[in-house]
Design a protein around this ligand. Structure first.
Ligand code: BES
Ligand code: MN
Ligand code: MN
Length: 464
């Protein structure tokens, strides 16, 4: 990486001369910290990893202390969170940096190297959590330590959640309970993905989520389909039929009446920004290993991914799934689903619509909700967006595109609501980093550019 690219004119930065040599200098330390962090398997959804979650929080708090920050573990009804802080003399402002240290599960057989063993090759760092979200968390920590050592008058607080990947069930209560201590002037979140390598993105929108399980019981035990078939009902067939009434699998359109009432069209200006993001259909297909798509038009795709709700089947449970077939009629079928929601869809209202629809067409089907996350839409202009634009230009040599994302981060809505502070989403992940997938990785190009960008962002924010 060319360390001189994107240098600012002399006097524009509080950083000393040669601001970039430090980034190269901290590389071995960064890699060592990342290794230690990813080798703790902080899988929040796995009850068997409870002690690893605690160990991860303790390690993170110790690491913050080692970096010269104050740190403590905040307990919740679930997994703990870690709060750290660099307090600066003469600081008039506080910025909170949010990241999450919990990760998705990993299936070792799908990985080239073991998922919880750090493996580095050609500046890429492989391990579960490397890009989502431990690498970006560390980048922010390194940048914060740097501006602090340069005497920047800004308090920098770290809020590291450990339940993001399970829908942040205890995050909003935590923030409410510690509202005064967590008072902040703004929030920086680094947990999102660029649309393409080399084309930085800042995000101002996230989708929400409503997860649910549908269950139908038509009997009490497996029965021989020759003895009872023709007379007995089939719970799988009935659930499939219900799903077909709720959703068009070819277009992805939801058929539940009222579902789209609150959905807003993206503006022309938004679509223009999206088109500047570097999103390209062949790359999108390649990054996700997809054979074909519902559309091949980039504008249609970006509109669907970032501004439209979805309906998704994640899996079926019940029945026979062993080798070959087994001629039974199962007594029960279960299907696991979720909907991604967009501004201004309210997950509670959507759940009510869903229950009403199912009550009318298939009253025997049980609906079990599994978590709500509200969608988020923030500003894409103003002083923080300007600061981010300049910081990214400085770190990566190119101005960002302002886009929305299809994923969900529960904490963002909670922080905006409770802390009443502007939230800026500056992600460092790339589509090829295999988010949630096998061989997840982060890379030094994103880390080094990110350190420069975050350092510059802190400097700019101290002046707002
Ligand atoms: N970092 C992601 C959110 C994200 C995904 C942002 C894609 C931008 C693009 C986050 O860690 C995540 O995976 N969230 C989950 C939450 C869910 C498990 C409750 C998600 O979106 O599925
Ligand atoms: Mn994440
Ligand atoms: Mn994730």
């Amino acid at each position: 990486m060319d360390e001189t690219k994107g240098a600012v004119p002399a006097g524009a930065s509080a950083m000393p001369a040669k601001p970039d040599a430090w980034v190269t200098g901290v590389r071995p330390e960064f890699e060592d910290c990342l290794r230690q962090l990813v080798e703790i398997p902080t899988v929040s959804s796995d009850p068997a990893r409870k002690s690893e979650m605690r160990r991860g929080a303790e390690f993170a708090a110790d690491m913050l202390r080692h970096f010269g920050a104050e740190a403590r573990i905040v307990n919740t009804e679930g997994h703990p969170a870690v709060v750290g802080e660099f307090r600066a003399e003469g600081a008039l402002r506080t910025i909170t940096v949010y990241n999450h240290l919990d990760v998705q599960p990993a299936t070792p057989s799908e990985w080239t190297h073991p998922p919880f063993t750090y493996y580095a090759e050609d500046g890429r760092y492989y391990a579960r959590g490397a890009t989502d979200d431990k690498g970006p968390a560390l980048v922010a920590l390194f940048a914060a330590r740097r501006v602090r050592s340069c005497g920047l008058p800004l308090n920098i607080r770290f809020l590291w959640e450990m339940e993001e990947e399970i829908g942040s069930p205890n995050f909003e209560p935590l923030v409410r309970h510690h509202k005064d201590e967590l008072h902040t002037d703004s929030v920086l979140v680094s947990d999102t993905i660029w649309a393409a390598k080399g084309r930085p993105c800042v995000d101002y929108g996230l989708r929400g989520l409503l997860g649910f399980v549908l269950r139908l019981k038509t009997g009490t035990k497996d029965i021989h389909s020759g003895l009872a078939g023709g007379g007995a009902r089939n719970p799988f067939a009935e659930l499939v039929d219900l799903i077909n009434q709720m959703y068009d699998s070819r277009t992805g359109k939801v058929r539940i009446p009222g579902f789209y009432d609150e959905v807003q069209k993206p503006t022309k200006a938004e679509m223009e920004n999206f088109l500047a993001s570097g999103f390209a259909v062949p790359k999108f297909k390649a990054a996700h290993g997809l054979k074909s798509l519902r559309s091949n038009d980039p504008a249609t795709l970006m509109k669907s991914l970032w501004t439209q709700p979805t309906f998704e089947i994640h899996g079926f449970a019940g029945g026979y799934s062993g080798p070959a077939i087994k001629t039974i009629i199962p007594p029960m079928a279960e299907v696991k689903l979720s909907m991604r929601l967009v501004p201004n869809q309210d997950p509670k209202r959507i759940l009510t619509l869903l229950r009403k629809f199912i009550h009318e067409v298939a009253p025997e089907v049980e609906v079990e909700p599994h978590g709500f996350l509200e969608p988020y839409l923030g500003p894409s202009t103003g002083p923080y967006a300007e600061a981010a634009t300049e910081a990214i230009k400085y770190g990566f040599g190119r101005k960002p595109a302002f886009i929305r994302e299809g994923g969900s981060i529960g904490a963002v809505v909670s922080m905006a609501r409770v802390l009443k502070a502007p939230v800026l989403l500056m992600g460092l992940s790339l589509p090829e980093h295999s988010y949630h997938g096998p061989d997840e990785h982060f890379d030094w190009g994103q880390a080094s550019g990110g350190m420069k960008a975050f350092g510059r962002y802190f400097e700019r924010v101290a002046e707002i």
